[in-house]
Design a protein around this ligand. Structure first.
Ligand SMILES: [Zn+2]
Length: 309
């Protein structure tokens, strides 16, 4: 068990800043478009997957980025990863990736899973658009995270991480934003499996930073930084990679290629009643708390992007 630095925030949350209010609106608007207007989006609803990809590219281009596409074929259909890059000033070959999958599981509009992660990635891309980080920042939206592609060769993040390996890229950190919009102050709202249920709070009001044991040093660094800069409950776990849930997103694909990667999540199925169902709609996402999380992540990422080594 690796101890996390600092203390999780307790007590009432402070009023939102003006910047957080703007961010709240921005996150709401992205989730509403992706999950409300476009809805279910995957290879089985290919027209909708294409609409989501168009929306993502347009948003990133609107923030001033030159958008790059990584198309690939699955079963005769083209899908694509989408990438926007802010090149580092001092260490351009050191890369920090912020990523989220934009497909939804079959039968679900995927508001929390994972329009929330996409919305956060798009908002963070906008927030960093006018900055000059020391390291290179990349914002990447992946196709095909959900079953039946999950942990296969067709998973978008797997295709992406393989290419990074082939190119010999130096990825300092990949942060996977996976289902980050649902929180509850009800005691007993967090359902973790034994023995995690003994270690972590049983009230599902926190954001979690999760990795395998090998990346424990990074989780410690990220949680420490988040706790210093955000007034929002947070937990960290560097856990055995085979515990159910620990490898369940795009960070897994980067582990497969030997890159350091950490997931940021509200813990999804261990808390969210509408997980992978038709009820995963925009109304269930809590934009106010999500804005607090994303603004905290912005400060954490700024720290990583300007880290001295
Ligand atoms: Zn999912």
């Amino acid at each position: 068990m690796i101890r996390m630095p600092g203390q999780s925030h307790q007590g009432p949350l402070p009023p939102l800043t003006d910047a957080q209010r703007t961010l709240e609106q921005e996150l709401h608007s992205h989730v509403q478009t992706l999950a409300g207007q476009i809805g279910e989006r995957n290879l089985f609803r290919h027209d909708r997957l294409v609409m989501a990809a168009d929306y993502i590219r347009t948003t990133l281009a609107g923030a001033g980025y030159e958008v790059r596409r990584q198309p690939y074929e699955v079963g005769g259909k083209i899908c694509e990863n989408i990438e926007a890059e802010m090149r580092g000033r001092e260490k351009p070959d050191d890369i920090v990736i912020i990523g989220a999958h934009y497909d939804s599981v079959q039968g679900s509009p995927g508001a929390n899973d994972n329009a929330s992660g996409v919305a956060a990635t798009l908002a963070l891309a906008r927030a960093f658009a006018d900055t000059t980080p020391a390291r290179t920042l990349r914002f990447v939206l992946f196709a095909n995270e959900e079953p039946p592609f999950f942990q296969t060769e067709h998973m978008g993040s797997r295709v992406y991480a393989k290419r990074s390996r082939e190119r010999g890229e130096n990825i300092a950190l990949m942060l996977s934003l996976e289902t980050i919009g649902y929180y509850s102050d009800e005691p007993g709202s967090q359902h973790l499996l034994f023995p995690l249920s003994l270690i972590y709070p049983s009230t599902g009001n926190f954001i979690a930073f999760v990795s395998n044991v090998e990346n424990g040093f990074l989780v410690r660094q990220l949680v420490g930084s988040f706790r210093q800069q955000a007034q929002f409950p947070s937990e960290g776990g560097a856990l055995w990679g085979l515990i159910p849930g620990v490898g369940w997103s795009d960070h897994w694909a980067f582990w497969e290629e030997g890159f350091p990667a950490v997931m940021v999540t509200d813990t999804a199925l261990f808390r969210y009643p509408a997980y992978h169902s038709s009820a995963d709609r925009p109304e269930l996402v809590q934009y106010e708390r999500m804005a607090r999380v994303v603004s905290g992540l912005q400060a954490v990422i700024a720290g990583m992007a300007n880290a001295p080594q």
